[in-house]
Design a protein around this ligand. Structure first.
Ligand SMILES: Cc1cc2nc3c(=O)[nH]c(=O)nc-3n(C[C@H](O)[C@H](O)[C@H](O)COP(=O)(O)O)c2cc1C
Length: 226
């Protein structure tokens, strides 16, 4: 069960006891100490391609997510208009409003993205830009986030993930650093849209488990353990 958006405390700084959530309520909670049994995680796919390896990786994540971690589809990033403050006043596009509400409702975020020209695809950056506003209360701030990626070559999207770390640093979004997940040589590891490489499946399952444990622990920063 997740908390309604207006009850969620991602900072652990609320002092009004009326703000305290029940033990089984949603966390999304750096340092808040909430430990919900079931964590709901919004997922974003950075590729719009029909036969996308990253989309297939996201499907595999849905299969391999441990008990207590429920993955929920986020918007198709191609549906979000390019961010423009002129259309983000009192009446932003419905797709952006729904995206922001979803970010506030869930306990975490998974971004599965390819690497485009040593960076993240424009649709991913655009989604972060929408999520980074309103500036007084950005829905992505404090939201525990996991980065996953698949590439056809040897880099496994590592440079795209570095660019994501950079953008998510500015939004004060906690990102799980260890283990990193970078799937290389994708054409050898997927067949008919299914991840069949056993080592990758095992690592993906472990990464998802670590992500849930990390959220429940309040997103600690550290070399060991997480
Ligand atoms: C515009 C563009 C730029 C790309 N740049 C990179 C890159 O910098 N590094 C890389 O490893 N692959 C790059 N690729 C290859 C993609 O990683 C590859 O097409 C991958 O399969 C895309 O992910 P998808 O299968 O989920 O669509 C690029 C592909 C495109 C279309």
């Amino acid at each position: 069960m997740t908390q309604p958006a207006d009850e969620k405390d991602r900072t652990g700084t609320h002092t009004d006891p009326g703000d305290q959530a029940p033990a089984d309520a949603g966390a999304g909670a750096t340092g808040s100490g909430y430990a919900p049994e079931n964590l709901v995680i919004l997922t974003l796919c950075g590729s719009l391609r029909k036969a996308s390896y990253n989309r297939a990786l996201l499907l595999a994540a849905g299969e391999l997510a441990p008990e207590g971690l429920t993955l929920e589809d986020g918007p198709n990033l191609g549906d979000l208009p390019f961010y423009n403050p002129d259309i983000d006043g009192d009446d932003p596009p419905a797709v952006a409003t729904e995206f922001r509400s979803a970010l506030r409702r869930v306990d975490g975020l998974i971004i599965v993205s390819p690497e485009y020209n040593y960076g993240m695809p424009a649709v991913v950056k655009n989604a972060i830009d929408w999520a980074s506003r309103p500036v007084k209360d950005p829905p992505i701030t404090g939201l525990p986030t996991l980065l996953l990626g698949a590439s056809g070559g040897a880099s496994g999207t590592i440079r795209a993930q570095l660019a994501l770390h950079h953008a998510l640093f500015t939004t004060s979004t906690p990102v799980l650093h260890r283990p990193g997940f970078h799937l290389t040589f994708a054409s050898k590891k997927f067949e008919d849209g299914r991840l069949h490489d056993e080592a990758s499946r095992e690592l993906l399952g472990k990464t998802l488990k670590t992500f849930g444990d990390w959220i429940r622990a309040g997103c600690p920063v550290g070399r060991d353990g997480f």
